[in-house]
Design a protein around this ligand. Structure first.
Ligand code: GLU
Length: 486
């Protein structure tokens, strides 16, 4: 059996869109599941769209996500170069384009911009496109030679038939047949001598022995033209797997405006690379069971592209947040602390046990930036509404809270060992001596210490972390507030 070879072929045009990362991941999984090779090829022939730094983004993303390639720009296994602008210098694309001209499957076109602008346009899939009228196909060899000798700028176009149909096969979409009349004579070599993406992609997939092409379904409509190229050369057509669209919650194409359309956006929002990979794996693919948390190795083991769906995949940020929180919970404490500390340091300036504070949030946050909102009260009690002391279930109100706080201040002053266990035992004793429920005592204390309805720790844990002195200051402040509102 032939060895499966897939490639990730990004164009370095900016941030790594979630759709591109999914293509990379699925390419990787298709190869690795079958023990094949995963190749990185940089498609930078569109010099106008090239963005400085975008290649670094691609490299960093593949590293962070663990999508290690077997071959690529810095790992030549005999199919290089792996960057199209470097391949172009070898003359490979022009050579193949000329071969097509000899076979009458392509032709020189010397049309000026003015002439092309005057051609009628058609709306195809919402985009205005100009269908070339094959004007230059009728040039004689003498005219072509004269134009070339005179240095008139030219492009090379594919020569598609105007009659009949072309059928191609996609693993997910099945057989798709299109009218040849709809296939425009796309440009293969541009006037700057660079190949178009469309042409270079086909030449490279063939010359790099790529067996499976996995990519977004926006390429579905171009695939018949690619197949005509393969056929014209007499090359074997790769297996196509076109992936469904990714939409936002409003079922519109996931775009920059969604705010989380790229891998970098997601990292900036505090998502973990491994959670993002796991989440993206499920944007279109689902396993046989309902398993949702996957390591990359488990994905390699379980991924079967036949189970990729054709219907659009919805980018559900709530699900991603849930998944991220699962990864955070499962993290070992050292790594968690390493990642959490910058967020704790940004908020806590007092000399408190920051590790302990950080650990309180481990099971409560969805993303690391959430930490701040959970722990800010340790630094200072925010302004809060005195009605927070009124709690139906705890049966507390302003008067009862005042009584409790006035009582517990001297009790706490007498506690030598200001630790959670001792504090809990002491306050429980106080509660039972008064025949109060524990919550009736703890609620006002926690409110006084934190000014918050929800805290990542109970009253006695907070007391321990704040220490005796700070705790008593906060309780006295609360007593003043309650007295003023009685
Ligand atoms: N360079 C193309 C892109 O970045 C590759 C598409 C393909 O995988 O064929 O979208």
């Amino acid at each position: 059996m032939e060895k499966i070879r897939t490639r990730y072929a990004p164009s370095p045009t900016g941030r790594m869109h979630v759709g591109n990362l999914r293509s990379a991941l699925y390419e990787f999984l298709v190869a690795k599941h079958a023990g094949g090779d995963f190749i990185l090829r940089i498609e930078d022939t569109d010099q106008e769209r090239f963005v400085e730094g975008a290649v670094e983004i691609i490299n960093d993303t593949l590293k962070l996500t663990g999508l290690t390639y077997d071959e690529g720009p810095d790992k030549d296994k005999g199919f290089g170069p792996y960057v199209q602008s470097e391949r172009q210098k070898t003359g490979i694309y022009l050579k193949y384009a000329k071969e097509l001209i000899d076979k009458k499957e392509a032709y020189y076109c010397f049309c000026t911009k003015e002439r092309l602008d005057s051609l009628k346009t058609e709306i195809v899939e919402g985009k205005e496109i100009t269908v070339y009228d094959k004007h230059c196909l009728s040039l004689s060899q003498e005219e072509i030679d004269a134009n070339l000798a005179a240095g008139i700028p030219y492009v090379i176009r594919q020569n598609n038939p105007t009659e009949g149909t072309t059928t191609f096969h996609d693993e997910l979409y099945g057989d798709i047949t299109v009218e040849n009349a709809e296939l425009d004579d796309m440009i293969l070599i541009k006037s700057d001598g660079f190949p178009t993406y469309n042409f270079a992609n086909v030449v490279d997939d063939h010359t790099m022995n790529i067996t499976h092409v996995v990519r977004g379904n926006e390429y579905l409509s171009s695939s018949p033209k690619y197949n005509r190229l393969y056929d014209a050369f007499g090359w074997k057509i790769p297996t196509y797997i076109h992936l469904p669209l990714i939409t936002n919650e409003e079922h519109k194409k996931l775009s920059k405006r969604s705010g989380h359309a790229s891998f970098e956006d997601l990292l900036e929002q505090g998502f973990l690379p491994e959670a993002v990979v796991n989440f993206i794996a499920l944007l279109g693919w689902s396993p046989e069971d309902n398993k949702e948390i996957f390591t990359l190795d488990e994905l390699i083991r379980d991924f079967d592209y036949r189970r990729v769906s054709k219907s659009p995949a919805v980018f559900d940020i709530v699900k991603l947040k849930w998944m991220n929180s699962e990864y955070i919970k499962a993290m070992d404490d050292d790594r968690f602390l390493e990642m959490a500390m910058p967020y704790v340091d940004a908020v806590i300036k007092k000399s408190l046990d920051k590790k302990k504070i950080a650990m309180l949030t481990k099971t409560r946050i969805e993303v690391f930036p959430d930490i701040e909102g959970h722990i800010d009260f340790f630094e200072a009690v925010p302004e809060y509404d005195v009605h927070m002391y009124e709690h139906k279930k705890m049966k507390t109100d302003i008067a009862s809270s005042l009584t409790v706080l006035r009582d517990v201040v001297p009790v706490l002053e007498g506690v030598e060992d200001f630790t959670n266990d001792t504090l809990f035992a002491t306050l429980s004793d106080y509660a039972s001596s008064k025949e109060y429920k524990t919550g009736f005592v703890m609620w006002p204390i926690r409110t006084a210490l934190s000014g918050k309805q929800m805290t990542p720790a109970g009253a006695t844990e907070i007391l321990e972390i704040l220490g005796k002195e700070e705790s008593l200051i906060r309780l006295q402040e609360a007593i003043k507030l309650l007295e003023a509102n009685l």
